[in-house]
Design a protein around this ligand. Structure first.
Ligand code: PMP
Length: 321
């Protein structure tokens, strides 16, 4: 789908996957005017295909578009386009347990200009890719390295938008963490470098004194759809939820004195992932002795139960194809 200022969105089409041409001066290549989304389609045991909260993804896409000076898309149009695409490509939604079809809507600025300004031309496209089960034979708790030399975003920046620049700014610390043998980086706030923000591609929650504590939506973390869903499930189960600033010291002390019982990440790709280890400067704490926590696994089962149709969809999160 293409956009020209003055004309609006035009020329919708479905094409086989492959390279497309772009002017070498396209604004996206210089100034990173780009946004994307990530959602999944699940194959159920009766063969039907379920989308999980797709409208919430497109609503977030529009919020990212606004922050990045990009045009809005009509959510009903996006849903129709996605349904048509999936109807054609249904065979790509894998059948085996725990697998899904990952859906990546993307918008890029295509206008060829050298000056810094919002583009007058855009391309919107959706790519699909089958993905394997996140847990390949047993749960694998993630090892996390806390960065305070580097920050991903700062207040007033683009942290809340799902835009490539946020990921570009996180590459260096992520590569350092990988070199040291860690799976992901946990980012602290960009001002005091003290309060928990989020992990590379997940929001993070802690079970602290029996309550579920997670960072508030301050504008610098992604408003994760899995985060929202998991917090709703946690409340359904009767647990208290606290969205509050939580310092890295509180987390490490809690892990050492037993007040922090579990930590888990939430995300479309990661689903609900146990955190097994956290390192901050010269301090390392381990959680759960290589096992996922009880609440972590319960939330994983409940969320995937709704996605794959084993459990009733009490919150109306599912749209069947
Ligand atoms: N934070 C970041 C930086 C992410 O990239 C993601 C993955 N989209 C998340 C959190 C989790 O968001 P969601 O649950 O909507 O996938």
């Amino acid at each position: 789908l293409r956009f020209d200022r003055g004309q609006g969105w035009h020329t919708p089409r479905i094409e086989p996957y492959g390279p497309f041409s772009l002017d070498p001066a396209a604004l996206v290549l210089h100034y990173a005017q780009e946004i994307f989304e990530g959602l999944k389609a699940f194959r159920r045991s009766d063969g039907s295909i379920a989308l999980f909260r797709p409208r919430d993804n497109f609503a977030r896409f529009n919020r990212s578009a606004e922050r990045m000076c990009m045009p809005q898309l009509d959510i009903d149009f996006c849903m129709t386009a996605l349904r048509q695409l999936l109807e054609l490509e249904k065979e790509w939604v894998p059948h085996s347990h725990g697998t899904s079809l990952y859906i990546r809507p993307t918008m890029i600025a295509t206008e060829p200009v050298l000056g810094v300004k919002p583009a007058d031309q855009y391309l919107f496209y959706i790519i699909l890719s089958p993905v394997a089960a996140y847990y390949k034979g047993g749960v694998n708790p993630v090892r996390i390295w806390v960065s305070d030399d580097y920050v991903r975003v700062a207040p007033g920046g683009t942290g809340e938008a799902k835009t490539g620049g946020n990921y570009a700014s996180s590459l260096y610390a992520s590569a350092l963490a990988a070199q040291k043998g860690y799976d992901q980086v946990l980012w602290l706030d960009g001002v005091q470098r003290k309060y928990i923000e989020e992990v590379g591609s997940m929001n993070i929650c802690f079970v602290y004194d029996g309550k579920v504590v997670t960072s508030p939506l301050t504008g610098s973390i992604l408003d994760g759809i899995t985060r929202r869903s998991v917090l709703a499930l946690v409340r359904d189960m009767g647990y208290a939820v606290e969205e509050r600033a939580l310092s890295i010291d509180e987390v490490l002390d809690g892990a050492e004195n037993g007040r922090l019982q579990e930590a888990f990440g939430t995300g479309t790709a990661a689903v609900v992932s146990p955190v097994g280890e956290l390192t901050y400067r010269d301090r390392t704490v381990r959680l759960g002795q290589g096992q996922a926590g009880k609440l972590t696994m319960e939330l994983y089962d409940r969320l995937t139960g709704i996605q794959y149709g084993r459990l009733p969809d009490l919150h109306n999160w599912i749209e069947l194809l």
